[in-house]
Each structure stands twice: as C-alpha cells, then as structure tokens.
Design a protein around this ligand. Structure first.
Ligand SMILES: [Zn+2]
Length: 204
C-alpha cells in the first residue's frame, strides 16, 4: 500500500535537495515521477525546482483550487507514475492534502511532500497542519542553529536586517530567513530576556 509522507523542517535544511535526489533515484531506475511546486508566489510560466547546491528539475505548479488527484490520475492514465513529489507543501490547502492521500490510497502511488512546519511566528502553515494530521509517515529533516542545537524555528529578517515580529505569513522580496533552535528563536523574537530568569534560579 502506498503512503503519504511529510518531510518537514525549517528553512535551509536541504528539503529540496532531498526531494530532487529522491526523484532522481526513481528516474535512474527507469521509473516515472511527477513533481509539483507551489505557484502561489511565482509568476506564470513553467514550474521549476532548484536546490541551493545546484540540483534542479522541471515541475508542475499547484495553486489554490487545483485538484491534484485529478491531475495525477489523468497523467497516470497515459504515463505510469511511480511517485509524486510536492515541494513547498506548506502551501497546500486542506482539501489538497486529502487529494494527495487519495493518490496514495486509491491509485497506490506514494506521495512525498516536503515543506516547512511553521512560519516565522511559530504558527503551523495550513498544508503542514493537514499533513501532520493525516500523513502516514512524518520525517523531520534536521538542521542546526548557530549554537549547535537542532533548529526547529525560523526568523525573518526584513530589508533593514531586523527580525520581523509581525506581518504576512510569506514575504515576497528580499527578506532573509534564519533557522534557529526554539530557545534562540524566542530571544530573537523578543519574547524572552535573560532577566526573566532572575527570581527562578536565584541568578543575578
Ligand atoms: Zn540556538
């Protein structure tokens, strides 16, 4: 039985590299894969997935309202599809995650989703919430904070280089994302100061 997978991480953990490598492994064995990437923040034209270390591949785009089950089923009818890959899965709508589940359950094609778990405010993305709820397999892609601990959170630096504390979930432009552990994320977000511990530990 095919499964629905969610590989989640914070920014710059190498999710896209993993996706492209996994798809390559299928194709190297003569199998066919279908790749999707979010089209929400892209201009029209062909979809494209590129990783930081130089791997790249063409991909289809998904947008709100697209029926991913129908698109994959139609493609599978003339080209046997062995695996479906979704990059930027955090942008999936709830219903689209269910469509992906049906691709696994009804068409027996594994679906591998890669995406961010939370946004810069530490809130789940819509697609990630649905995937965490119903995916068969959850796999964390690990990366590290500047302190060496596991990074699970992300801060967004605006054009002025300052940490954004409010704003849209996704910024289009020159914003930079930095992955941090939870402890350093709270400090960067101004939610915790060293003084806050005084009185609890007796520290001065
Ligand atoms: Zn840290």
């Amino acid at each position: 039985m095919a499964k629905l997978y969610f590989h989640y991480a914070t920014m710059n953990a190498g999710k896209t590299t993993m996706l492209l490598q996994a798809s390559y492994n299928y194709r190297e064995r003569g199998m066919s894969t279908m790749l999707f990437v979010a089209g929400h923040y892209r201009k029209d034209g062909a979809g494209h997935i590129a990783s930081r270390i130089g791997l790249e591949a063409d991909a289809e785009m998904f947008r709100d309202g697209d029926d991913l089950f129908a698109r994959v089923a139609e493609h599978h009818r003339h080209t046997t599809t062995h695996c479906v890959f979704i990059d930027e899965a955090q942008f999936l709508a709830d219903e689209q995650v269910w469509q992906l589940a049906r691709i696994a359950d009804r068409l027996d094609i594994p679906v591998m989703c890669y995406g961010l778990r939370t946004d810069f405010q530490g809130k789940l993305f819509t697609g990630s919430r649905a995937l965490l709820a119903i995916a068969d397999e959850l796999r964390e892609v690990r990366t590290i904070c500047r302190c060496g601990r596991k990074a699970t959170m992300v801060v967004r630096l605006g054009p002025d280089g300052k940490v954004a504390k409010e704003g849209e979930q996704v910024a289009i432009g020159k914003d930079v994302y930095v992955s941090l552990c939870r402890r350093h994320w709270e400090e960067e977000m101004g939610r915790w100061r060293a003084e806050d511990l005084i009185g609890f530990t007796g520290a001065e």
